[in-house]
Design a protein around this ligand. Structure first.
Ligand code: BV8
Length: 230
């Protein structure tokens, strides 16, 4: 069985990472257009660096949870028949044991030099004066995050997997951001069974064949046990 899993902020919520659109979510307190667009970065790079520096630093305070670990178990069992796509920019899937994670919206712990086009692992703060360790340019590094209006990463691979999978599962995502929100329809049109695992019905619940609602640390390990028993 070929399985594609898409995760969103809800899978990391019980680890202590804020979601975006829940009542106390990041975008309920801050305007994404001022923080997560190329235009915002051009207008006020120090503000944008500060926002991502705080979120990068927060990763040191959090740990993966049972849902991240369960998906790693599924990867070990299904091997190449499994694709894990995440909208999350944290590293909790990797720390939970997943080896191959498609970070379609980039990663907090990676910087991208707009001078030499190199991507570099980055654990520290970035500032408007930070020098690129590869080419030496100052002030040309940005967080390697896909902002609104930019093309998400590895779309060809993702679309290829959606076209050939037997099952598509969306976990902890509101279905508010495209193109990820459209994956369920692509998979369904290709004949896959579709399942939503979320705390509560998402904006797109009606697009799924089936759904289970509850905290990810409960419903994801239960789902993985079911698949492993098949
Ligand atoms: C693109 C930066 C072209 C990273 C993020 C009008 C109509 C349609 C589309 C558009 C439109 N105007 C503009 C667009 C396109 C736009 C878009 O979709 N906008 C929306 C807002 C309308 N998209 C883009 O610009 C994308 N690029 O389209 O390029 C293109 C063309 C063709 C083909 C391909 C591409 C780029 C999108 C990148 C956005 N980057 N942020 C960062 O700073 O982190 S978006 C942001 O939302 C996050 O990064 C996250 O990745 C994404 C999705 O959010 P979720 O993960 O779903 O989180 P959310 O809080 O919303 O939901 C959490 C869910 O978890 C809830 O349902 C909750 O109930 C649940 N939950 C909570 N606790 C738990 C739980 N579930 C289980 N257990 C729990 N304990």
């Amino acid at each position: 069985m070929k399985l594609v899993v898409l995760t969103g902020a809800g899978i990391s919520a019980e680890s202590g990472v804020s979601t975006f659109r829940d009542p106390d979510g990041v975008w309920m307190k801050m305007d994404p257009m001022k923080l997560a667009t190329p235009e915002a970065f051009a207008a006020d790079p120090a503000l944008v660096h500060g926002f991502y520096n705080a979120r990068r630093a927060q990763l040191r305070e959090v740990e993966p949870n049972a849902a991240h670990r369960a998906l790693a178990q599924l990867e070990r069992k299904l091997g190449n028949d499994f694709m894990l796509v995440t909208q999350n920019v944290d590293d909790l899937h990797e720390r939970g044991g997943s080896r191959d994670v498609v970070h379609m919206h980039g990663q907090l712990q990676q910087a991208w030099c707009r001078s030499c086009d190199t991507r570099i692992s980055w654990d520290e703060d970035l500032s408007t004066g930070t020098e690129c360790p590869n080419c030496g340019s100052a002030g040309r590094l940005r967080p390697d995050i896909v902002w609104f209006g930019e093309m998400p990463y590895r779309m060809d691979e993702i679309l290829g997997a959606l076209d050939t999978c037997d099952m598509f599962v969306a976990i902890g995502t509101s279905g508010a951001v495209y193109p990820a929100a459209g994956f369920v329809e692509i998979a369904a049109n290709a004949g896959a069974e579709t399942l939503e695992l979320n705390l509560q019905p998402s904006e797109g619940t009606r697009l799924f064949d089936d759904f289970r609602h509850g905290p990810a640390t409960g419903i994801v390990p239960a789902f993985v046990d079911e698949i492993l028993a098949r």
